[in-house]
Design a protein around this ligand. Sequence first.
Ligand code: ZN
Length: 682
Amino acid sequence: MGRAGVSSWAGYPFWLDLAAKMHTTFSREERDYDKDLSSQLLKEDKYSELFEKMRLANQPRYLTFLSGQFRPQHISGVYKRFIRTLCKLPNVCIVTTNVDELLEHSLPEHVTVQRSDIERLPQLLHQRIPFICKLHGSASSVESMVFSTRDYESIQRNDVYLDAVRTIFSNATVLFLGYGLRDEYVFQSLQTCSTGRPLFGTGPHFIVTSEERTDLPSIVRRIQYEAEAADHRDALQILEIIADFTPSQTAQTAHEHEEEEEEEAETTSCPQSLYYIADLIFPGTWTTSQTVRLDPIAEGRPCQAIIGEGYVNGEIELYNYSALHDIVVGLLCFDIVCVSIDHLARVHDLLGSEAFWIFVESGSLRLVIPPPTTSVMFPDDQSPIGDLGMFTHVSNNRSSIEFSPISIPERIRKQILPIKGKEYEAERLFQLLESSVFDVSEADLWESTVRKTHGALINPSIRHMLGVSSGTPMNTIPRWLSFPILRLAKVISTGIICKHIQASSTRMIYGSEKLASAAFSTAEGKEWTDDVASYVLTGQFNSDVGSIILKEPSLLLEILRFRESSEGESFRREILQRLAADDGSQIVTAINSGLSQALPVSVLQRARNQFSGLFVHRDTSSVLTPVVWGDLRNSDTRIARWRKRSRTLLDEESRRQKLGPYDECPCGSGEKLKFCCQAALS
Ligand SMILES: [Zn+2]
């Protein structure tokens, strides 16, 4: 059910503007028009009485004026987006109070029901035939339009009409979009329906609104959105979410909830603390992204996939970061440190073979087999928009054209080669490593990453952070935002992995820790909010542990001894308890004092940099929400750099397509480039 809100997407006037414009003309040109009284009515938003005054003054002029305002017009991009979304909804019936005729022209398959043949409604509903019902008439048949007091009186006396409206409310679920439920007779019908069928009940109905509404009948539930654009096109996103939410997904979500409950039950019996290092960047050359051409599924150009987080120089600084430092902090403070199987060779080299295998044998270093990598898939290499897709770790077997996934043993043995003559011993260690992996590579974890990434992208604060325009349609990834969105997907996937392996902490770098604080609350489908239930602290921390150990590798064995001592154990218990008790303020001190027990004070006193920030999710109902470690001092500037780079990419894309600022934005929003993605990234 839609009114002015929806029509304004097509460029039709709002009630207030229409009434004011007509009032001006009538005041100027009609002698019989009661100017003062009408001005008063306009001020009080009494539109139907105001229209009645105009009608009384000059009926032919009044009708000509109105129908002139609702002549067919050029369809805007936003309206096209609205129609595209409507088309995705199976068997949707539309009831509108709009008098313009764009809807019926845009949806020719729908039966159009005029006010004069409204008695057809119950039958159409019963037969599930999609229709558009014009409750307040059509512009091309002026006499049918409902604007003035006498029009309202006539429909309220019409029992056939009122019955039809009530039939809708008792037999269907109605989503009110762009309609404030201000028509008295509609409101009354809803109320009659909520009390009239106590046995079977009706509804529920939903209203999409940006306002706080306390006056709604009990069978109407509110879906609130944040209105950023004057024409409330933000409400469209809600329709898009509904359109994308197919019944099979409902079943899946319900199933997932069951699983989550089971998981929570298990954690309470698991006392070990687990630290997952999601990002590890090593000194030397590295690539964090790849563009892959894939064979076309059908005939045509090959499709394209972008994988990885695509960090470039300028987005990251390595001066206060060291992978070894992260691993060592993890080994000191947690029972188990987990790294991705993709980082195996580097971690092995960094710790040195001896220490590496000691940690593996003691069970304190374990591998995670992450779910398939999320990628952005484009229909071809020119296309400006794509969607999230999956990229599996594969080996290209030359003897066959088929790609096949590499097995875990193969992935391990490809990265570490045994020393000659020690193959037998090496095999025992490989098997040990294999037997302790956390395998979370199943596809359903990947699916929930994609679902939750799409979900997080609804969050206005995440959109702002990444520079996604509020107009960009749901489930559309503009090419210039591929990397920021893949970084978001990485953060969300890390959250899912942590939950699955029951890690109490994780480490993220380069701005993604900032994203995590926003994403972890929203990805779980909780309220949209900027004030994530988290707090931040920074403290003194010796950030040189990594480099110290590089110089004095024997210190690693000191750490191992500390871990095995009773002090080391109680230290880790203390950290875990503090994390669980949501008492982060003492964490950094605890780590520092712990470190001074493990390492000589003289070593610790070198290079004292502020290093560590800590988010602790305050939601105590979920013990599983991991703590995110990261360097928070520069998170805002880091994310600003992401936007700057996206802007450069957007400008390149616009140049390639020869788009001016007033052309339609390539993201598919239907808005002008200047006010859409350019604005979001400026
Ligand atoms: Zn755009």
